[in-house]
Design a protein around this ligand. Structure first.
Ligand code: ATP
Length: 416
């Protein structure tokens, strides 16, 4: 059982809109053990739609198409698909009543006539009733293949996929091949060093287990994927190899599941009852933004001070004017006082401080662009390190965030 996704819209091809629909659909089909073998983005043209459908029907059993179901002239999907299936569009009174109801409920009494077209559906389709929008989805089954036509608007697509498509697939399109995924998240070790360390384990993987490296700045996520007919065997074999990897690089492992590093930090700090604050100069609040993006962060995260100027470092964090005058804002003594100041001001167990030159301007002969001091004040000591990143502003900031969180994580592990 294989799936293919086709997303429609000129805006996807000219870079105006990023195709997030495919990623979302692929993830949910994956959970049903229906692997996606092709993802295509095409323009709002009848010929392109029909050609993509022809190719997809030859390659896959489940075909998902999003976009172009609306009432405007550039929405040509329904007509193109009707021609593809050699069928017609028919009027569905229930859909029209629903569209009218949506207009009425939002206080718009004069519904534009073009919206009547929303009630036109493929004669050979099951209507996927859209509770959250005006464009209905449609499902067609032909020669054992399942086609779903969904609106492009992400929240409408998600509603229909979750409430109409996935339940139908779950009931009728049972996969005889299972896919088992398992993850290891590492920090503080580059992709190639990691590969070197686990080469022997990787070489011993059987053909039904593959290992993918998914690197980001400062972090590598390893994904084991096993495919086969017996889920128990897949899980047992994969976990045995995964345990070997974890044992081999244990100092770098932060998670043995698919969580983000921030989620791991927030959840672990919350479980252990420890608290965190930040004093951010060059990161401008980026660390606290990442931490507070995790639901439930309020228990462990107490506050952040974005102290960009020297004066604010003095006033808010109690950094000594002498330290600033003698060593400068980007220095280990200043970083140390910032972290200890945040820990005191916010009454936390841990505090992170960052001070650096993100660039492109601001570098000097002694402190080049990319020089960053990171301090972490912990329960018993304050660690301070100077890093020399050599990238552009955005990447220097991202590297600083990851280095700060990694330093925090290591100190926390040691202090536990
Ligand atoms: P509606 O009738 O609700 O407008 P539609 O099927 O006609 O639905 P489109 O006009 O194709 O939808 O797209 C509507 C909006 O949805 C686009 O402007 C775009 O912002 C977003 N969108 C479309 N396709 C995608 C996609 N693949 N990924 C993310 N966003 C998308």
């Amino acid at each position: 059982m294989k799936a293919e996704i086709i997303t429609i819209g000129d805006e996807l091809l000219n870079g105006q809109v990023v195709d997030t629909n495919s990623a979302w659909i692929a993830k949910h089909l994956g959970a049903l053990h229906i692997p996606v073998v092709h993802i295509t983005s095409i323009s709002d043209k009848e010929r392109a739609i029909q050609q993509a459908l022809r190719q997809a029907e030859a390659r896959a059993d489940v075909i998902m198409m999003t976009g172009g179901l609306g009432p405007t002239r550039d929405d040509v999907t329904k007509a193109a698909v009707a021609a593809y299936f050699s069928t017609t569009l028919v009027h569905d009174p229930a859909v029209l009543a629903h569209v009218k109801d949506i207009f009425q409920r939002s206080g718009r009494t004069n519904m534009p006539a073009i919206n009547i077209g929303q009630a036109e559906v493929l004669a050979n389709a099951t209507v996927l009733f859209n509770d959250v929008g005006t464009a209905p989805g449609m499902a067609v089954e032909r020669d054992g293949k399942y086609f779903a036509f969904l609106p492009g608007v992400p929240f409408e697509m998600k509603f229909l996929l979750e409430n109409r498509v996935l339940p139908a697939l779950r009931n009728t399109y049972k996969s005889e091949v299972f896919v088992y995924n398992s993850y290891v998240v590492t920090v503080g070790i580059g992709e190639s060093y990691l590969a070197e360390q686990i080469a022997a384990i990787e070489d011993a993987l059987p053909p039904f287990i593959t290992l993918a490296y998914l690197p980001k700045i400062g972090l590598v996520r390893l994904r084991f994927t096993a495919e086969g007919t017996d889920m128990e065997t897949l899980e047992r074999e994969t976990e045995a190899f995964k345990q070997q990897v974890v044992a081999r690089v244990k100092d770098h492992v932060v998670a043995v599941d698919n969580r983000s590093f921030e989620e791991v930090l927030v959840q672990t700090f919350t479980e252990t009852g420890v608290t965190l604050s930040t004093a951010e100069s060059c990161t401008g609040g980026a660390i606290s933004a990442q931490i507070t993006a995790v639901p439930g962060a309020s228990q462990m995260f107490q506050g952040a001070a974005v102290t960009y100027s020297n004066q604010s470092k003095i006033d808010v964090l109690g950094v000594s004017p002498d330290t600033l005058a003698r060593y400068g804002a980007v220095s280990e003594p200043t970083g140390k006082e910032m972290a200890e100041g945040a820990k005191r001001v916010f009454h936390t167990d841990y505090a992170i401080a960052t001070s650096g030159i993100a660039g492109p301007g601001g570098g000097t002969d002694t402190k080049a662009v990319g020089t960053v001091c990171i301090a972490v004040a912990g329960k018993s000591e304050t660690l301070v390190k100077t890093f020399h990143f050599k990238n552009d502003r955005a990447i220097n900031i991202e590297r600083t965030v990851m280095a700060a969180l990694t330093t925090l994580w290591k100190m926390f592990q040691e202090e536990q």
